[in-house]
Ligand binder design. Structure first.
Ligand code: 13P
Length: 362
């Protein structure tokens, strides 16, 4: 795999005005979400859920890449067809979560370090054979009293950069995900300050580990008040703070930026991404898109509830959320899409078919 091929995969992941679908919840996280809706927490249920997602008709119109979990990349549907084959057949690039989750970091109470570097080189070889072309590693940072600490930021930035370098050596595009968590009552300015520190350290570490910026994608949080903040910000304020922070700290050479949703509803995440494109598209040096998990999956999971009879309705809901995220990426999202059209795939198709099929920056 040459550097040119690596860069072309990175570009393909953010091309066509599309975005990424994160469906890489670890078994414990997936089970926790299932439990909320009374869905059995079994391998079969997880397989059925992932099958429902990837079999959603028309998903490839909006989604360029799907991030899978270790269990999922090895699974097949009921007829024995590998998920990776189905995904690839729909024109979607398969990716894989390669971190091994977050653990308490010694010496830093309340903070976490992401594990998974040991053996990564060999694990990547197997994932490539199974069809993965990109990978994801997530680090988390809490905002609190004097948190995150410098030590935690630097340790996680270093791990992210080491992971990214190992991926690129293998020809796999790294999705570098430093997530400043939404939990807490901090305001937008505090989130701005912490996100700035984190991004600055991450790009310093990426530079030191000789990561090719053109062959990687950044998956950041939006700059947004905490979930328990007394005042929430308007979409325009979130858009302005986020773009300012990214423009100050993310080199223009990065292949693309794809946001996590972080606990925002699908509607809010779409409104925020939309506002960034409506008001700031002329100053964006990188393609700016989405890599949502909950903001695309959540309503569909609730409708499905583990029942075969609900598959069609759940797929319509998933299609709807993916379509709204796609529209937001073009700056064409409106709340009208949520109200009058929400449960009618034909009407949604009418709307989405009118949207531009390519993005000016791709
Ligand atoms: P959310 O969009 O639910 O935050 O998940 C994105 C993700 O991939 C977390 O690693």
């Amino acid at each position: 795999m040459t550097q040119a091929e690596l860069i072309s995969t990175a570009m393909a992941l953010v091309a066509g005005g599309k975005g990424l679908l994160a469906m890489d919840e670890s078994n414990p996280t997936c089970n926790k979400r299932f439990a909320k809706f009374g869905i059995p927490q079994t391998e079969v249920a997880r397989r059925d859920w992932r099958d429902l997602i990837i079999m959603t008709p028309g998903l490839g119109k909006f989604i360029s890449g799907a991030i899978l979990y270790d269990e999922t990349i090895r699974q097949t549907n009921k007829d024995g067809i590998p998920f990776v084959k189905t995904i690839t057949g729909k024109g979607i690039i398969p990716g894989i979560k390669v971190d091994r989750g977050v653990k308490a970091i010694a010496g830093f109470p309340g903070e976490k370090i992401t594990e998974g570097l040991d053996g990564l080189r060999n694990r990547l070889k197997e994932y490539i054979q199974m069809g993965a072309r990109f990978a994801k590693w997530r680090a988390v940072f809490v905002i609190g009293n004097n948190l995150p600490s410098r030590g935690c930021i630097e340790a996680n930035a270093h791990a992210l950069a080491r992971y990214a370098a190992i991926c690129q050596e293998a020809g796999v595009v790294p999705i570098v995900e430093p997530e400043v968590l939404m939990e807490g009552s901090h305001d937008l300015q505090q989130c701005f300050g912490v996100t700035r520190e984190v991004l600055h350290s991450v790009f310093d570490a990426l530079y030191r580990q000789r990561v090719v910026l053109e062959g990687m994608i950044l998956k950041p949080n939006m700059v947004i008040p905490g979930l328990d903040a007394p005042f929430q910000a308007a979409a325009d304020e979130v858009a302005e703070g986020t773009i300012k922070c990214l423009r100050q700290n993310v080199p223009a050479a990065v292949a693309g930026i794809a946001f996590l949703s972080g606990g925002q509803s699908g509607e809010l995440a779409a409104a925020h991404l939309n506002a960034m494109h409506v008001s700031h598209s002329s100053v964006l040096p990188w393609p700016l898109t989405f890599s949502f998990a909950r903001a695309i999956q959540q309503p569909a999971m609730e409708i499905w509830g583990g029942m075969e009879n609900n598959i069609d309705a759940a797929q319509q809901a998933l299609y709807h959320r993916a379509g709204c995220a796609y529209s937001a990426r073009q700056g064409e999202y409106s709340t009208k899409m949520e109200t009058t059209m929400s449960k009618n795939r034909m009407s949604l198709n009418d709307i989405f078919d009118q949207l531009p099929q390519t993005h000016s920056q791709t």
